[in-house]
Write a protein that binds this ligand. Structure first.
Ligand SMILES: Nc1nc2c(c(=O)[nH]1)N[C@H]1C(S)=C(S)[C@@H](COP(=O)(O)OP(=O)(O)OC[C@H]3O[C@@H](n4cnc5c(N)ncnc54)[C@H](O)[C@@H]3O)O[C@H]1N2
Ligand code: MOO
Length: 529
């Protein structure tokens, strides 16, 4: 394929339906790496092996409350007016064993959790007894008949030895941790946290700590994606910023692949002259066999639909007006610290000195990220396989994914809103899957909600609208947030969910029931406002 044909191919991408794209991503994400962690770090991780009860539980018959271990037969005729009087032969604290059995006519004073002495078949609570003495010896008066077995947890009541209480892939909740502790698992086999390389492409990008410069912006996607990665249990590895040059990006991806389980890139996936990820992915896409292309065919929209041609929405307009930076492209990962008049340098330096990197403890900076790039191949490795380079969604249509050297590469849009949505739909699922979740569990969590107001914008592709969620009188409501365009960030902090608006000429009517993807670890707010 010559350069002109390649250029044209860029505009003829086949939009894969979101559910199909998710299926392809989940198929490519196979959990493999496992590790052993100390018990106190196991909560929230997923088991790599089945775990089972190493003993019966409880391991001995246990008193359920403070009282007296008795033979129930001795109390059969007892009543408040005619209590049964029993000689107290010992006292058992939790952790101790009685020195004597409970013989007929005797009792043992026992504390909650104490091992019930042999001979006793019931425990009478302290409140239903009175201390007494018989021939100067300690005794107890029992004022009501005890049922056999009362207030005793028999050995093995909850678990028989060998009973499995956690399967591979199961999420360890605090309750599991309690059982693991009970059964002596000081160390627990779990799936390793996926190492997720985060690489930003774009010559316009400045490091966060740099003052703004004309035409430049700070790289906010790297930190946002790192935060999202950490939120779903992965370990982000920040790989820095790379200019839009195929050699530089291919090299940075190769470096990232060497130290991670997944690579997430942001930017450069659209059709512009400098959309380097699109170029790299296009080249592996071209190498896909006819057979593979054929297999993918039934689930994709090959050509723009009638709807797609008809609708030009605000978002699309925003997307179409792609800013061409006037800057010359830097050779490497570069920051040009040029102060802008509106940005007070003193304020910035105060901010930077007070706020160390928030992710310092969770993010391993790539040792390669600032190394000089050695010009080499301007293509991804030959063993790469394109999964898709367009998804039928708004925002984030150019979101792409591939398998490169056996690892998943997810190329998110540079537009922060689209980057966020692409992460929530695909990257989160991939990270959860690599953490040991089943494919089903790894999918975005969905609920149905009542739409607050109407959403009038039609779209040729399914739309994912950032929304605040709340419940009122038992109904979940989804309230679309303002500033929800692909390029916008203002709605991101408040977004509890993404409303799924079906593709079509009309949006969704006020009060209609819509599907909503629940975001983040906390889910959604349950308070109405
Ligand atoms: N002619 C067309 N232009 C565009 C199309 C199209 O179909 N035809 N698609 C539009 C759509 S839809 C989207 S979404 C964007 C996707 O753009 P890219 O993913 O290629 O991203 P960039 O062009 O690199 O950047 C877009 C935007 O985001 C800013 N950005 C990039 N990286 C970061 C970062 N790390 N932190 C913060 N902000 C970032 C960048 O400066 C741009 O403003 O393309 C449309 N264009
Ligand atoms: O609408 Mo794009 O698909 O702006 O992300």
């Amino acid at each position: 394929m010559n350069e002109r044909q390649q250029g044209e191919a860029r505009f003829r991408r086949r939009a894969v339906k979101v559910d199909e794209a998710l299926r392809l991503v989940l198929e490519a994400a196979v959990p493999e790496r496992t590790e052993i962690v100390p018990l106190w770090e196991a909560g929230g991780r997923r088991l790599a092996e089945a775990v089972s009860a190493t003993t019966d539980w409880p391991p001995f018959a246990r008193a359920g409350l403070d009282g007296f271990a008795v033979r129930s037969a001795d109390t059969a005729q007892a009543s408040p007016g005619a209590p049964a009087t029993l000689r107290v032969v010992d006292t058992v604290a939790a952790g101790a064993l009685a020195s004597a059995d409970v013989a007929p006519g005797t009792a043992v004073r026992i504390m909650t959790g104490g091992a019930v002495p042999s001979g006793a078949d019931a425990v009478v609570m302290l409140e239903q007894t009175a201390d007494a003495r018989v021939f100067g010896q300690p005794a107890v008066q029992v004022k009501s008949a005890a049922e056999p077995g009362q207030n005793i947890a028999p050995r093995g009541e909850e678990f028989g030895r060998g009973r499995v209480f956690g399967q591979p892939g199961e999420l360890l909740r605090p309750g599991h941790v309690a059982l693991l502790g009970t059964f002596g698992y000081a160390h627990v086999p779990v799936y390793a946290r996926p190492r997720v390389a985060v690489l930003a492409t774009g010559a316009e990008l400045l490091p966060v700590e740099a003052p703004l410069a004309p035409g430049r912006i700070r790289d906010s996607n790297s930190a946002m994606v790192a935060s999202l990665v950490a939120q779903c249990g992965g370990t982000p590895i920040l790989c820095g910023r790379v200019p839009d040059e195929p050699v530089a990006v291919a090299q940075a991806i190769a470096n990232a692949l060497a130290q991670c389980d997944i690579v997430i890139t942001t930017g450069g996936v659209s059709v512009g002259d400098y959309d380097v990820m699109a170029t790299l992915l296009q080249s592996i896409g071209n190498e896909r066999s006819t057979e593979e292309q054929h297999e993918a065919a039934p689930s994709v929209d090959a050509e723009p639909s009638k709807d797609e041609k008809r609708f030009v929405t605000d978002d699309e307009h925003a997307c179409a007006v792609k800013v061409e930076m006037q800057d010359e492209l830097d050779d490497k990962v570069l920051a040009r610290p040029m102060a802008l008049p509106q940005e007070d340098a003193a304020v910035m330096s105060a901010v930077h000195s007070k706020v160390p990197s928030q992710y310092a403890s969770t993010v391993t900076a790539s040792p390669h990220s600032e190394e000089p790039l050695h010009p080499q191949d301007d293509r991804l490795p030959s063993n790469s396989r394109l999964l898709f380079n367009k998804a039928a969604m708004r925002p984030g249509a150019p979101t792409s994914a591939a398998v490169v050297s056996g690892k998943l590469l997810i190329a998110l849009s540079g537009n922060p809103g689209a980057c966020f949505v692409g992460f929530e739909l695909f990257a989160r699922a991939a990270i959860l899957r690599l953490s040991g979740a089943s494919r089903e569990e790894a999918r975005p969590k969905q609920a149905t909600a009542k739409l607050v107001g109407s959403f009038d914008k039609g779209s040729p592709h399914e739309r994912f609208v950032r929304a605040r969620l709340y419940t009122e009188n038992g109904t979940l409501y989804a309230d679309p947030l303002a500033f929800g365009k692909s390029s916008m960030m203002a709605s991101l902090p408040a977004a509890d969910g993404l409303i799924r608006i079906k593709a079509g000429s009309v949006g969704a009517a006020e009060g209609s029931i819509v599907n909503v993807i629940l975001l983040g670890a906390l889910g959604y707010s349950t308070e109405s406002t």
